[in-house]
Ligand binder design. Structure first.
Ligand SMILES: [Mn+2]
Length: 409
Protein backbone atom coordinates (compact mmCIF):
# COMPACT_ATOMS: atom_id res chain seq x y z
CA UNK A 1 0.00 0.00 0.00
CA UNK A 2 1.13 3.55 -0.75
CA UNK A 3 -0.30 6.91 0.20
CA UNK A 4 0.69 10.29 -1.16
CA UNK A 5 -0.40 13.88 -1.44
CA UNK A 6 -1.00 15.30 -4.92
CA UNK A 7 -1.01 19.07 -5.40
CA UNK A 8 -0.23 21.50 -8.25
CA UNK A 9 -0.42 25.07 -9.55
CA UNK A 10 0.79 26.97 -6.50
CA UNK A 11 1.90 29.76 -8.86
CA UNK A 12 4.06 31.35 -6.18
CA UNK A 13 5.07 34.91 -7.07
CA UNK A 14 1.77 35.61 -8.82
CA UNK A 15 1.42 39.37 -9.40
CA UNK A 16 -2.28 39.59 -8.48
CA UNK A 17 -2.28 43.00 -10.18
CA UNK A 18 -6.06 43.04 -10.49
CA UNK A 19 -6.22 43.37 -6.71
CA UNK A 20 -3.11 45.55 -6.51
CA UNK A 21 -3.95 47.01 -3.08
CA UNK A 22 -3.85 43.59 -1.43
CA UNK A 23 -1.52 41.79 -3.85
CA UNK A 24 1.08 41.28 -1.13
CA UNK A 25 -1.53 39.69 1.12
CA UNK A 26 -2.65 37.42 -1.74
CA UNK A 27 0.93 36.33 -2.45
CA UNK A 28 1.57 35.61 1.22
CA UNK A 29 -1.63 33.53 1.45
CA UNK A 30 -0.34 31.27 -1.34
CA UNK A 31 2.81 30.59 0.68
CA UNK A 32 0.97 30.17 4.00
CA UNK A 33 -1.47 27.68 2.46
CA UNK A 34 1.40 25.78 0.86
CA UNK A 35 3.16 25.48 4.19
CA UNK A 36 -0.02 24.32 5.89
CA UNK A 37 -0.53 21.73 3.14
CA UNK A 38 2.99 20.39 3.66
CA UNK A 39 2.31 20.10 7.40
CA UNK A 40 -0.88 18.25 6.49
CA UNK A 41 1.26 15.80 4.52
CA UNK A 42 3.23 15.10 7.72
CA UNK A 43 0.08 14.64 9.78
CA UNK A 44 -1.36 12.26 7.19
CA UNK A 45 1.96 10.40 7.23
CA UNK A 46 1.98 10.06 3.46
CA UNK A 47 4.89 8.30 1.76
CA UNK A 48 5.62 11.22 -0.58
CA UNK A 49 4.26 14.44 -2.09
CA UNK A 50 3.74 15.16 -5.81
CA UNK A 51 3.62 18.71 -7.18
CA UNK A 52 2.35 18.44 -10.75
CA UNK A 53 3.69 21.65 -12.27
CA UNK A 54 3.47 25.45 -12.00
CA UNK A 55 4.93 25.63 -8.53
CA UNK A 56 6.04 29.12 -9.59
CA UNK A 57 4.16 31.81 -11.49
CA UNK A 58 7.08 32.09 -13.91
CA UNK A 59 10.83 31.66 -14.16
CA UNK A 60 11.46 35.31 -13.26
CA UNK A 61 10.06 35.31 -9.72
CA UNK A 62 12.06 37.16 -7.06
CA UNK A 63 14.65 35.24 -5.09
CA UNK A 64 12.62 35.88 -1.98
CA UNK A 65 9.68 33.93 -3.43
CA UNK A 66 12.08 31.10 -4.24
CA UNK A 67 13.36 31.09 -0.63
CA UNK A 68 9.81 31.05 0.73
CA UNK A 69 8.98 28.03 -1.45
CA UNK A 70 12.09 26.16 -0.31
CA UNK A 71 11.08 26.89 3.28
CA UNK A 72 7.48 25.72 2.70
CA UNK A 73 8.69 22.48 1.09
CA UNK A 74 10.82 21.71 4.13
CA UNK A 75 7.70 21.77 6.34
CA UNK A 76 7.00 18.09 5.58
CA UNK A 77 10.62 16.93 5.84
CA UNK A 78 11.78 14.14 5.74
CA UNK A 79 8.85 13.11 3.50
CA UNK A 80 10.14 13.30 -0.08
CA UNK A 81 8.58 15.92 -2.38
CA UNK A 82 8.73 15.53 -6.18
CA UNK A 83 8.38 18.74 -8.17
CA UNK A 84 7.48 18.70 -11.86
CA UNK A 85 8.21 21.86 -13.90
CA UNK A 86 5.01 23.10 -15.64
CA UNK A 87 4.28 25.54 -18.46
CA UNK A 88 4.52 28.53 -16.09
CA UNK A 89 7.94 27.40 -14.84
CA UNK A 90 9.31 25.26 -17.69
CA UNK A 91 12.82 23.81 -17.80
CA UNK A 92 14.16 26.46 -20.16
CA UNK A 93 17.61 28.08 -20.06
CA UNK A 94 16.40 30.67 -17.51
CA UNK A 95 14.54 28.11 -15.38
CA UNK A 96 14.01 28.91 -11.72
CA UNK A 97 14.98 25.25 -11.13
CA UNK A 98 18.53 26.11 -12.25
CA UNK A 99 18.84 29.31 -10.21
CA UNK A 100 21.19 28.90 -7.28
CA UNK A 101 19.04 31.24 -5.18
CA UNK A 102 16.52 28.40 -5.24
CA UNK A 103 18.58 25.23 -5.56
CA UNK A 104 21.08 26.23 -2.82
CA UNK A 105 18.21 26.55 -0.35
CA UNK A 106 16.36 23.39 -1.32
CA UNK A 107 15.92 21.05 1.62
CA UNK A 108 17.23 17.52 1.05
CA UNK A 109 13.70 16.02 0.91
CA UNK A 110 12.90 17.93 -2.31
CA UNK A 111 13.60 16.46 -5.76
CA UNK A 112 13.08 18.33 -9.03
CA UNK A 113 11.93 16.02 -11.84
CA UNK A 114 14.24 17.25 -14.60
CA UNK A 115 14.03 14.28 -16.97
CA UNK A 116 11.60 11.54 -17.95
CA UNK A 117 13.78 9.00 -16.15
CA UNK A 118 11.52 6.84 -13.91
CA UNK A 119 11.94 7.43 -10.17
CA UNK A 120 11.35 5.09 -7.25
CA UNK A 121 9.99 7.28 -4.42
CA UNK A 122 9.48 4.27 -2.12
CA UNK A 123 10.10 0.58 -2.80
CA UNK A 124 7.28 -0.93 -4.85
CA UNK A 125 6.29 2.38 -6.49
CA UNK A 126 7.52 3.72 -9.83
CA UNK A 127 6.96 7.36 -10.74
CA UNK A 128 6.94 8.35 -14.44
CA UNK A 129 7.61 12.09 -14.88
CA UNK A 130 6.95 14.30 -17.92
CA UNK A 131 8.73 17.60 -17.14
CA UNK A 132 7.62 20.58 -19.25
CA UNK A 133 10.32 22.23 -21.37
CA UNK A 134 8.30 25.01 -23.08
CA UNK A 135 5.42 27.45 -22.65
CA UNK A 136 3.22 25.55 -25.06
CA UNK A 137 3.22 22.32 -26.99
CA UNK A 138 1.04 20.31 -29.36
CA UNK A 139 2.45 17.09 -27.94
CA UNK A 140 0.81 14.88 -25.36
CA UNK A 141 3.16 15.04 -22.34
CA UNK A 142 2.28 11.49 -21.32
CA UNK A 143 4.02 10.32 -24.52
CA UNK A 144 7.27 11.36 -22.79
CA UNK A 145 6.82 8.71 -20.10
CA UNK A 146 9.64 6.19 -20.20
CA UNK A 147 8.81 2.75 -18.88
CA UNK A 148 11.58 1.25 -16.77
CA UNK A 149 13.34 -1.62 -18.47
CA UNK A 150 12.55 -3.84 -15.54
CA UNK A 151 9.52 -3.47 -13.39
CA UNK A 152 8.24 -5.69 -10.59
CA UNK A 153 4.89 -7.28 -11.31
CA UNK A 154 3.40 -5.72 -8.18
CA UNK A 155 4.92 -2.27 -8.68
CA UNK A 156 2.43 0.55 -8.42
CA UNK A 157 2.82 2.80 -11.46
CA UNK A 158 2.16 6.53 -11.14
CA UNK A 159 2.45 9.14 -13.91
CA UNK A 160 2.92 12.86 -13.25
CA UNK A 161 2.26 15.39 -16.03
CA UNK A 162 1.08 18.92 -16.72
CA UNK A 163 -1.43 19.74 -19.47
CA UNK A 164 -5.05 19.64 -20.61
CA UNK A 165 -7.15 16.52 -20.86
CA UNK A 166 -8.62 16.27 -24.35
CA UNK A 167 -12.18 16.88 -23.18
CA UNK A 168 -14.04 18.41 -26.14
CA UNK A 169 -14.45 22.17 -25.67
CA UNK A 170 -12.08 22.26 -22.69
CA UNK A 171 -8.64 22.19 -24.29
CA UNK A 172 -6.59 23.85 -26.99
CA UNK A 173 -4.35 21.94 -29.38
CA UNK A 174 -1.22 23.83 -28.27
CA UNK A 175 -1.92 23.48 -24.56
CA UNK A 176 -0.22 20.13 -23.84
CA UNK A 177 -3.24 17.98 -24.84
CA UNK A 178 -3.45 14.70 -22.92
CA UNK A 179 -5.27 11.66 -24.32
CA UNK A 180 -8.29 10.71 -22.23
CA UNK A 181 -7.25 7.08 -22.14
CA UNK A 182 -3.56 7.75 -21.29
CA UNK A 183 -3.70 6.14 -17.83
CA UNK A 184 -5.53 3.09 -19.09
CA UNK A 185 -3.37 2.63 -22.19
CA UNK A 186 -0.14 2.94 -20.22
CA UNK A 187 -1.36 0.73 -17.40
CA UNK A 188 -0.99 3.47 -14.78
CA UNK A 189 -2.48 3.09 -11.34
CA UNK A 190 -2.74 6.85 -11.06
CA UNK A 191 -2.08 9.85 -13.31
CA UNK A 192 -1.33 12.99 -11.27
CA UNK A 193 -2.11 16.07 -13.36
CA UNK A 194 -1.64 19.79 -13.01
CA UNK A 195 -2.66 22.83 -15.10
CA UNK A 196 -6.41 23.00 -14.48
CA UNK A 197 -7.21 24.84 -11.29
CA UNK A 198 -10.24 22.83 -10.23
CA UNK A 199 -10.30 19.46 -8.53
CA UNK A 200 -11.30 16.90 -11.14
CA UNK A 201 -11.42 13.12 -11.19
CA UNK A 202 -11.81 11.68 -14.70
CA UNK A 203 -14.28 8.84 -15.24
CA UNK A 204 -11.48 6.25 -15.22
CA UNK A 205 -11.22 7.16 -11.49
CA UNK A 206 -7.43 7.37 -11.68
CA UNK A 207 -6.71 10.45 -13.82
CA UNK A 208 -6.87 13.39 -11.44
CA UNK A 209 -6.35 17.16 -11.27
CA UNK A 210 -5.66 18.17 -7.68
CA UNK A 211 -6.64 21.82 -8.35
CA UNK A 212 -4.69 24.82 -7.13
CA UNK A 213 -4.20 25.00 -3.36
CA UNK A 214 -5.41 28.61 -3.30
CA UNK A 215 -7.75 30.32 -5.81
CA UNK A 216 -5.97 32.72 -8.18
CA UNK A 217 -8.90 35.12 -8.65
CA UNK A 218 -12.67 35.70 -8.83
CA UNK A 219 -13.03 33.34 -11.78
CA UNK A 220 -11.24 30.51 -10.00
CA UNK A 221 -14.17 29.58 -7.78
CA UNK A 222 -14.01 25.82 -7.43
CA UNK A 223 -10.35 25.38 -6.49
CA UNK A 224 -8.47 25.44 -3.15
CA UNK A 225 -7.89 21.73 -2.99
CA UNK A 226 -5.39 18.90 -3.00
CA UNK A 227 -5.74 15.13 -3.32
CA UNK A 228 -4.82 12.61 -0.63
CA UNK A 229 -4.44 9.32 -2.48
CA UNK A 230 -4.12 5.78 -1.17
CA UNK A 231 -3.48 2.83 -3.47
CA UNK A 232 -3.74 -0.57 -1.85
CA UNK A 233 -2.03 -2.62 -4.54
CA UNK A 234 -1.13 -2.68 -8.21
CA UNK A 235 -4.35 -2.56 -10.24
CA UNK A 236 -6.65 -1.65 -7.36
CA UNK A 237 -8.82 1.45 -7.60
CA UNK A 238 -7.16 4.47 -5.90
CA UNK A 239 -8.89 5.92 -2.88
CA UNK A 240 -8.97 9.68 -3.61
CA UNK A 241 -9.79 12.10 -0.83
CA UNK A 242 -10.26 15.76 -1.70
CA UNK A 243 -8.62 18.06 0.84
CA UNK A 244 -9.86 21.64 1.23
CA UNK A 245 -6.86 23.91 1.50
CA UNK A 246 -7.67 27.57 0.81
CA UNK A 247 -6.97 30.59 3.01
CA UNK A 248 -8.62 33.33 0.95
CA UNK A 249 -12.20 33.36 -0.20
CA UNK A 250 -12.95 35.09 -3.54
CA UNK A 251 -16.66 35.78 -3.75
CA UNK A 252 -18.92 37.34 -6.34
CA UNK A 253 -22.24 38.87 -5.40
CA UNK A 254 -24.75 40.10 -7.97
CA UNK A 255 -26.90 42.99 -6.86
CA UNK A 256 -29.90 44.51 -8.57
CA UNK A 257 -29.88 48.20 -7.62
CA UNK A 258 -33.57 48.74 -8.42
CA UNK A 259 -35.76 49.56 -5.47
CA UNK A 260 -35.37 51.26 -2.14
CA UNK A 261 -31.66 51.99 -1.56
CA UNK A 262 -32.00 51.18 2.16
CA UNK A 263 -33.23 47.71 1.29
CA UNK A 264 -30.57 47.23 -1.39
CA UNK A 265 -27.84 48.17 1.11
CA UNK A 266 -29.39 45.97 3.81
CA UNK A 267 -29.34 43.03 1.39
CA UNK A 268 -25.61 43.41 0.78
CA UNK A 269 -24.78 43.85 4.47
CA UNK A 270 -26.82 40.76 5.28
CA UNK A 271 -24.80 38.73 2.76
CA UNK A 272 -21.51 40.09 4.09
CA UNK A 273 -22.51 39.31 7.68
CA UNK A 274 -22.73 35.65 6.64
CA UNK A 275 -19.10 35.63 5.44
CA UNK A 276 -17.05 33.34 7.64
CA UNK A 277 -13.73 35.13 7.61
CA UNK A 278 -14.18 38.73 6.38
CA UNK A 279 -10.51 39.63 6.78
CA UNK A 280 -9.63 36.89 4.27
CA UNK A 281 -12.50 37.60 1.86
CA UNK A 282 -12.29 39.42 -1.46
CA UNK A 283 -15.64 40.45 -2.87
CA UNK A 284 -16.64 41.44 -6.38
CA UNK A 285 -19.99 43.19 -6.25
CA UNK A 286 -21.64 43.08 -9.68
CA UNK A 287 -24.31 45.76 -10.01
CA UNK A 288 -27.26 45.16 -12.32
CA UNK A 289 -30.43 46.96 -13.26
CA UNK A 290 -31.30 50.60 -13.90
CA UNK A 291 -30.21 53.53 -11.78
CA UNK A 292 -30.23 57.29 -11.83
CA UNK A 293 -26.62 58.35 -12.23
CA UNK A 294 -26.97 61.08 -9.61
CA UNK A 295 -28.77 58.86 -7.15
CA UNK A 296 -26.05 56.34 -6.34
CA UNK A 297 -24.69 58.19 -3.33
CA UNK A 298 -25.72 55.24 -1.20
CA UNK A 299 -23.21 53.20 -3.21
CA UNK A 300 -20.28 55.33 -2.00
CA UNK A 301 -21.28 54.74 1.62
CA UNK A 302 -21.78 51.04 1.00
CA UNK A 303 -18.39 50.79 -0.70
CA UNK A 304 -16.79 52.47 2.31
CA UNK A 305 -18.55 50.03 4.68
CA UNK A 306 -17.46 47.03 2.59
CA UNK A 307 -13.89 48.32 2.48
CA UNK A 308 -13.77 48.40 6.27
CA UNK A 309 -15.36 44.98 6.69
CA UNK A 310 -13.61 42.92 4.01
CA UNK A 311 -10.07 42.36 2.80
CA UNK A 312 -10.90 43.69 -0.66
CA UNK A 313 -13.88 45.04 -2.53
CA UNK A 314 -14.35 45.53 -6.27
CA UNK A 315 -17.49 47.16 -7.62
CA UNK A 316 -18.31 46.07 -11.15
CA UNK A 317 -20.66 48.49 -12.92
CA UNK A 318 -20.38 46.94 -16.40
CA UNK A 319 -23.92 45.58 -16.25
CA UNK A 320 -25.43 48.62 -14.59
CA UNK A 321 -27.57 50.81 -16.84
CA UNK A 322 -27.49 54.37 -15.58
CA UNK A 323 -29.66 57.20 -16.73
CA UNK A 324 -27.17 60.03 -17.37
CA UNK A 325 -29.59 62.88 -16.68
CA UNK A 326 -30.82 61.77 -13.30
CA UNK A 327 -33.84 62.80 -11.26
CA UNK A 328 -32.09 65.50 -9.25
CA UNK A 329 -30.63 67.20 -12.28
CA UNK A 330 -33.95 67.10 -14.15
CA UNK A 331 -35.72 68.67 -11.21
CA UNK A 332 -33.15 71.46 -10.90
CA UNK A 333 -33.05 72.12 -14.65
CA UNK A 334 -36.84 72.34 -14.99
CA UNK A 335 -36.89 76.10 -14.32
CA UNK A 336 -33.26 76.99 -15.02
CA UNK A 337 -32.51 77.77 -18.69
CA UNK A 338 -28.76 78.06 -18.04
CA UNK A 339 -28.60 74.52 -16.62
CA UNK A 340 -30.79 73.28 -19.47
CA UNK A 341 -28.40 74.70 -22.01
CA UNK A 342 -25.35 73.05 -20.35
CA UNK A 343 -27.14 69.69 -20.32
CA UNK A 344 -28.05 70.06 -23.99
CA UNK A 345 -24.46 70.96 -24.88
CA UNK A 346 -23.25 67.86 -23.07
CA UNK A 347 -25.95 65.85 -24.86
CA UNK A 348 -24.58 67.15 -28.18
CA UNK A 349 -21.09 66.08 -27.17
CA UNK A 350 -22.36 62.62 -26.17
CA UNK A 351 -24.04 62.41 -29.57
CA UNK A 352 -20.85 63.35 -31.41
CA UNK A 353 -19.00 60.66 -29.43
CA UNK A 354 -21.42 58.09 -30.80
CA UNK A 355 -23.34 57.46 -27.56
CA UNK A 356 -26.39 59.73 -27.60
CA UNK A 357 -28.21 60.27 -24.31
CA UNK A 358 -31.33 58.32 -25.07
CA UNK A 359 -33.74 59.39 -22.38
CA UNK A 360 -33.26 63.13 -22.54
CA UNK A 361 -36.31 64.75 -20.87
CA UNK A 362 -38.93 65.97 -23.37
CA UNK A 363 -39.13 69.47 -21.89
CA UNK A 364 -35.38 69.91 -22.43
CA UNK A 365 -35.54 68.88 -26.06
CA UNK A 366 -38.40 71.27 -26.79
CA UNK A 367 -36.52 74.04 -24.96
CA UNK A 368 -33.73 73.84 -27.52
CA UNK A 369 -36.09 73.99 -30.47
CA UNK A 370 -34.43 73.55 -33.82
CA UNK A 371 -31.16 75.20 -32.73
CA UNK A 372 -27.96 73.91 -34.24
CA UNK A 373 -25.51 71.63 -32.50
CA UNK A 374 -22.87 73.09 -30.18
CA UNK A 375 -20.21 71.00 -31.91
CA UNK A 376 -17.96 73.03 -34.17
CA UNK A 377 -14.47 72.32 -35.46
CA UNK A 378 -12.67 73.86 -32.53
CA UNK A 379 -14.73 71.91 -29.96
CA UNK A 380 -14.23 68.74 -31.98
CA UNK A 381 -10.47 69.41 -31.87
CA UNK A 382 -10.60 69.76 -28.11
CA UNK A 383 -12.60 66.55 -27.71
CA UNK A 384 -10.00 64.73 -29.80
CA UNK A 385 -7.04 66.36 -28.07
CA UNK A 386 -8.28 65.53 -24.56
CA UNK A 387 -9.51 62.10 -25.64
CA UNK A 388 -12.95 62.79 -24.20
CA UNK A 389 -15.11 59.67 -24.07
CA UNK A 390 -18.82 59.04 -23.49
CA UNK A 391 -18.04 58.00 -19.91
CA UNK A 392 -16.56 61.46 -19.33
CA UNK A 393 -19.86 63.05 -20.35
CA UNK A 394 -21.69 60.94 -17.79
CA UNK A 395 -19.15 61.92 -15.20
CA UNK A 396 -19.63 65.59 -16.14
CA UNK A 397 -23.40 65.27 -15.75
CA UNK A 398 -22.94 63.70 -12.32
CA UNK A 399 -20.63 66.52 -11.27
CA UNK A 400 -23.03 69.07 -12.70
CA UNK A 401 -25.82 67.51 -10.64
CA UNK A 402 -23.92 67.80 -7.39
CA UNK A 403 -22.71 71.35 -8.07
CA UNK A 404 -26.18 72.46 -9.15
CA UNK A 405 -27.71 70.99 -6.03
CA UNK A 406 -25.26 72.86 -3.85
CA UNK A 407 -25.70 76.15 -5.68
CA UNK A 408 -29.40 76.08 -6.56
CA UNK A 409 -31.09 74.17 -3.75
MN1 LIG B 1 -0.13 25.36 -16.27
Amino acid sequence: MVSFLHTADWQIGMKASRVADVAEHVRKARIDTAKRLMRMASQLQVDFVLIAGDLFENNLVHNEAAHRVAEALSACSPIPVYVLPGNHDPLTADSIYSRSAFTDYLPSNVHILRTSEPVVPVPGVVLLPAPVMSKESYNDPTEQFRMPSEIGEDSILIGIAHGSLRIPGKFQDNDFPIALDAAQRLGLDYLALGHWHSFYVHNDMRTVYAGTHEPTGFDDQCSASAAHVTIKARGSSPDIERLDTGTLSWQTLELNVAGDPDQVVARVKHEVDKVQDPSETLLRLVLKGHAESDDLRWLEELEEWLRIHLLYIEIDKCRLITRPVGKRLRRLAADNPFLQSIILDLADIACSLGQPIEDLPEDLISARGSGSSVIDDSLQDSLDRWEIKADDVEEALRTLASIAEEVLS
